[in-house]
Ligand binder design. Structure first.
Ligand code: DON
Length: 311
């Protein structure tokens, strides 16, 4: 049985098959600047703990993290505020609702977002990131992402950040709702600025795969022996990736692929295969749940070929 990728060519064969699915998907358009993405591009990278890596497809394409950033801010908030604080404001349960739904905030008492991967929960977590100003809080998030990806050149796509900020009325509504119920207590415009910048942090699939590898290896960069995040925090993040990472497609994804993963509406997918490797994928065409359509097909094929399912 094959369990380790051996070459870029091997991955390219899978990309060629998965790429045919991009035509069935649609690029996200509710953030206007995301409409410019090339629908038919697809790229993938695998990063192994011994420093080896493979990639295929349109690997020079860059993606903004969007919802993938939610796992990273969760790790940061857990580091800074501790488990007890974080989970007194945000729950641990999947919703079965779309990522931007407001429904359960109103029907649940007390009003507490069900998990940190839906927008309401992610806004609550970003609210917890400490710093004297939005700029300082954002710099800290960016530094954390750079350290996780081991790439100090990672930056932010200002155009996409601005475009989301200018059109984020649904996220504003969620934030005002959270503020009314005492879940957050900061200026909503400040939170919007911070959150939209966090979502617009930009990288390529190789950076994403390296982040995945840190989660996969329990928070450790095996090459340098550096513990980047505590093992317990990596475990919590991976568990949320399994239960809520692909939104209301998480159950199907767990059966068909079986790895902790987190998607974003840009078309990115972060995968962390426990004890084995990290995976980064970018394919902008989305399915109706907001996940990369060809990216999921590719992961299904990779899971079979390399026996990646943890179940
Ligand atoms: O808040 C939003 O709507 C976006 N910045 C992120 C949403 C997202 O990526 C959902 N993913 N599938």
């Amino acid at each position: 049985m094959v369990s380790h990728c051996k070459s870029n060519e091997e991955l390219q064969e899978l990309v060629d098959v998965a790429k045919t699915y991009t035509k069935q998907g649609k690029v996200a358009d509710y953030i206007p600047a995301l409409k410019q993405a090339r629908r038919d591009d697809l790229s993938v990278a695998i990063s192994y703990p011994d420093g080896k890596g493979y990639c295929a497809g349109d690997v020079s394409d860059k993606l903004t993290l969007q919802s993938i950033s939610k796992v990273l801010t969760l790790a940061m908030a857990l580091l800074e505020k501790g488990e007890e604080h974080v989970f007194s404001y945000v729950g641990k349960e999947p919703t079965g609702d779309p990522f931007n739904s407001i429904a359960k905030l109103e029907t649940n008492t007390p009003s507490k977002p069900l998990n940190p991967m839906i927008n309401a929960g992610a806004l609550t977590v970003t609210h917890m990131i400490v710093g004297k100003s939005v700029d300082e809080r954002f710099s800290r998030i960016l530094q954390f992402v750079r350290d996780m990806a081991q790439n100090q050149d990672i930056g932010v796509n200002e155009e996409i950040a601005r475009s989301e900020y200018d059109s984020a009325d649904l996220n504003r509504s969620l934030s005002y709702f959270l503020k009314q119920h005492g879940v957050i207590n900061e200026d909503v415009e400040d939170l919007m600025e911070l959150y939209t910048k966090q979502c617009a942090i930009e990288m390529d699939c190789k950076d994403l795969a390296r982040i995945g590898c840190i989660f996969a290896m329990n928070g450790k960069d095996v090459m340098t022996e550096k513990q980047i995040i505590p093992e317990d925090i990596a475990r919590i993040c991976k568990t949320f990736m399994v239960t809520c990472g692909m939104y209301n497609a998480s159950g199907e994804f767990a059966i068909n692929v079986g790895i902790p993963a987190k998607s974003g509406v840009s078309g990115g997918i972060l995968g962390a295969v426990p004890g084995k490797c990290g995976i980064g994928i970018y394919g902008a065409a989305l399915d109706d749940k907001g996940n990369s359509i060809a990216g999921i097909k590719l992961l299904e094929m990779m899971a079979k070929k390399y026996s990646l399912s943890m179940f």
